[in-house]
Design a protein around this ligand. Structure first.
Ligand SMILES: [Zn+2]
Length: 441
């Protein structure tokens, strides 16, 4: 990545050639086996031949991001094909609901496809940063909204969980479940700390947060492509020098409504391209005084093309009722469980938010039971919580936790209401249990 940037800055071919050479040489066993084998260093299979990412997550994702940078300058189709194949495989089989990656804790590495245990999730904060960097480059290479969707998921969940609400404690690992007792100490303990022996994650997170503005939109000769939704103003110069300036007003992701006011526009037809997130089932859009109409677009994008004038207004409504999300059955560790989501946010339950008589491990949910978004300005710095009806089976656990039939058919002992909070805000109260995936009863 750095060599390609240096090439862009100086125009000296030798930097790009060296970057390309490093990509070409990877995967031929030149680094040796080391302590963890060649795949740990992404030296087991050449980049263009690899079907999937393997080995240490952060190394693998940085290499993929660097290879994508090389593609962006060389336009070699074979390289892009390989990278897209690896990205699709990673998204489909090796990524947690939060957008985090990595479950082999000793080597901080990818596991086998669908090996995604929630309690032993590694999900290093640096890997979330690296995933954003790679997806951003593929977004630049292809323009496809799915990469921006992925960036959004990581930003609001895996990445945002990397720092405490107080801003001075960080997480190295980001599991989707914390059991009663922490099972590791040191850097890999499942709670935030002020600093680490291996202090890669805090500065990496700070660097990304400081550069968030660069991931919001892109421009070309045709207009503006809005990839992420955040309040702010931008005055963009299009490829032909025309100025397109917009003000975005929104409280996203709490509010589903995004208002875009045109401040300056090219003196010709131009495009405002809006991402419709894959999680949104009923987006609507209204332009100026027109009616709100379903916002449907090709490939996750709604492209509004017209002669814009200062004062034009677009209101996008990304309806976000709370929803239950099911995992693919191949993810054995969470089969039979569901997660709560609202908009781009993944939710979780913690001991800290439960009624006194309710234990987290006794809770189950059923499809169809109500979920309700509740503004809680008093909680965790101000959030939209999700109140959920859940089933409780209090009582002593059985002496032998296996039997001839499941418990799905048993009567629920008690129904109660609990408050789910955004995953990023977990571990800011007492250090108790937490879980994202809840068993279906
Ligand atoms: Zn790190």
């Amino acid at each position: 990545m750095a060599l390609v940037e240096l090439y862009r800055l100086t125009g000296h071919d030798r930097y790009l050639e060296l970057a390309a050479r490093m990509i070409d040489q990877r995967g031929h066993g030149l680094l040796g086996e080391g302590a963890y084998g060649a795949s740990y260093y992404q030296d087991g299979v050449p980049v263009r031949d690899a079907a999937e990412l393997d080995g240490n997550c952060v190394r693998a994702l940085y290499l993929a991001a660097g290879a994508t940078d090389v593609y962006l300058e060389t336009a070699e189709p074979e390289l892009l094909e390989a990278l897209v194949r690896q990205w699709e495989h990673t998204a489909a089989t090796k990524t947690y609901l939060t957008g985090g990656v990595g479950c082999r804790r000793r080597t901080e590495a990818f596991g086998a496809p669908y090996e995604l245990p929630p309690d032993h999730a590694f999900g290093e904060t640096c890997a979330a940063v690296a995933s954003v960097m790679w997806s951003w480059r593929l977004l630049l290479a292809t323009g496809e909204a799915r990469y921006a969707d992925h960036i959004e998921r990581i930003m609001f969940n895996a990445l945002a969980a990397g720092v405490s609400l107080s801003g001075d404690r960080f997480s190295y690992v980001n599991p989707l479940q914390r059991r009663e007792s922490a099972y590791e100490s040191g850097d890999k303990a499942p709670f935030r700390k002020p600093w680490f022996d291996s202090a890669c994650c805090p500065p990496n997170l700070m660097r990304l947060i400081a550069s968030l503005g660069h991931y919001i939109l892109t421009t070309d000769a045709g207009g503006i492509q809005l990839h992420q939704y955040a309040a702010g103003s931008v005055r963009a110069e299009l490829d032909d020098g025309a100025v397109f300036a917009i003000d975005v007003v929104t409280d996203y992701p709490w509010s589903p409504v995004i208002t875009i006011d045109v401040a300056e526009a090219p003196d010709r037809e131009s495009e405002l391209s809006l991402r419709i997130p894959a999680w949104c089932r009923a987006a609507t859009v209204r332009v100026d005084d027109g009616p709100a109409v379903p916002a449907r677009g090709e490939g996750g994008r709604l492209v509004l093309r017209r002669r814009w004038r200062p004062g034009s207004r677009v209101v996008l409504d990304l309806a976000m009722p709370p929803r239950l999300t099911w995992p693919d059955q191949r993810i054995d560790a969470v089969r039979g469980s569901v997660a709560i989501e609202r908009g781009p946010l993944v939710y979780c339950l913690e001991d800290a938010g439960l009624p006194e008589s309710v234990l987290l491990d006794e809770i189950g949910v059923r499809a169809g039971w109500p979920l309700r978004a509740v503004p809680r300005p008093d909680l965790l710095g101000g959030i939209i919580a999700v109140d959920a009806k859940v089933a409780c089976r209090p009582g002593e656990p059985p002496p032998w936790p296996y039997g001839s039939q499941g418990r799905a058919g048993e009567a629920v002992s008690r129904r109660t209401s609990v408050t789910a909070v955004p995953y990023y805000a977990w571990d800011n109260r007492t250090r108790g249990r937490m879980r994202v995936w809840l068993p279906v009863q």
